[in-house]
Design a protein around this ligand. Structure first.
Ligand SMILES: Cc1cc2nc3c(=O)[nH]c(=O)nc-3n(C[C@H](O)[C@H](O)[C@H](O)COP(=O)(O)O)c2cc1C
Ligand code: SF4
Length: 267
């Protein structure tokens, strides 16, 4: 096993981000690693086969909290990582308020694959649904606080001070019930119903291009959502006409990055 306080030489941060909050904190970490003399590369999970991950580098997992857990593609990515002999790994998740089923179970899952847990933090960022109005100053302050926390976490990793709490016994049960929300019960899709305001939609096809799981298709020029939708809110957030509604209603979109940041090669 690698020592807990070894300074990473090269770090690959694999990020998944629905609406951009997680991408921002992953970038803040990448920049901070570079300032500390550590080479860091950002890799979008959607573009990566986890089996190809270079286990000679330190690995970072950056993801949003969703339904008290994280999105199914993130768990799939983690499941697909190669077994290692002590590769250092850290976790950073972004959330609005609270998460229950991710930090401990993620540590256990990675340890079982031979990874050395270097540290994990949860970073509060602006919510990306339900908001009727967004106060730009409050949003900017929250984002800055989140990025500051991400930079401090980076320093802790480099200096060997970070930690990752262990999994509590009941957290497996909690995680299993959270995952049912996406799985058989399909509760997430029931609570996050997307629809299109056809008066506003100009059939630009951007939603289809942005969707991380291929859940949007255009039929007769009109977007349709399949049951694959994981409610990441990307399409609704970045629709230039704000034509995608949540539960039939308009809400304040969360757009911390550019739509192109999800499709460009920005590793
Ligand atoms: C479907 C869905 C479920 C969410 N569940 C939670 C949750 O359980 N707890 C929480 O604090 N925030 C929750 N959030 C808020 C996001 O975790 C938060 O805004 C996050 O920073 C979004 O990151 P992203 O922009 O990278 O997707 C949820 C958001 C969505 C869209
Ligand atoms: S349809 Fe929209 S909300 Fe659903 S997974 Fe695709 S981009 Fe995310």
């Amino acid at each position: 096993m690698a020592p807990m306080n070894h300074k990473p030489e090269v770090v690959d941060i694999y990020w998944f981000s629905g609406t951009g909050n997680t991408l921002l904190v992953a970038r803040a970490m990448g920049d901070r690693f570079a300032q500390r003399g550590v080479m860091a590369r950002l890799q979008q999970m959607e573009d990566c086969d986890p089996a190809d991950v270079d286990a000679s580098h330190t690995i970072g997992i950056a993801c949003p909290v969703a339904a008290q857990s994280t999105y199914p593609p993130v768990w799939r990515f983690v499941r697909g990582l190669p077994d290692t002999d002590g590769t250092g790994v850290f976790l950073i998740d972004t959330l609005m308020l609270h998460s229950g089923g991710i930090v401990g179970p993620m540590r256990s899952r990675l340890e079982r694959k031979g990874y050395t847990p270097l540290g994990a933090i949860e970073v509060r960022m602006p919510g990306n649904f339900l908001r009727k109005k967004a106060d730009p100053d409050k949003t900017a302050r929250k984002v800055e606080a989140g990025m500051t926390k991400a930079r401090a976490f980076t320093d802790d990793i480099v200096d060997g001070r970070s930690n990752w709490r262990r999994c509590l016994p009941w957290e497996w049960l909690f995680l299993a019930s959270c995952r049912l929300c996406y799985g058989r019960l399909g509760l997430v899709r029931k609570f996050f119903r997307l629809s299109v305001d056809h008066e506003k939609c100009d059939s630009c096809g951007l939603g289809e291009e942005l969707c991380p799981v291929g859940a949007i298709s255009l039929r007769d020029g009109r977007p349709e959502f399949s049951s694959e939708c994981i409610a990441c809110m990307r399409c609704a957030s970045y629709c230039p006409e704000e034509a995608i509604l949540l539960n039939g209603k308009d809400y304040a979109r969360n757009r911390p990055v550019k739509a192109a940041d999800f499709t460009d090669d920005n590793g």
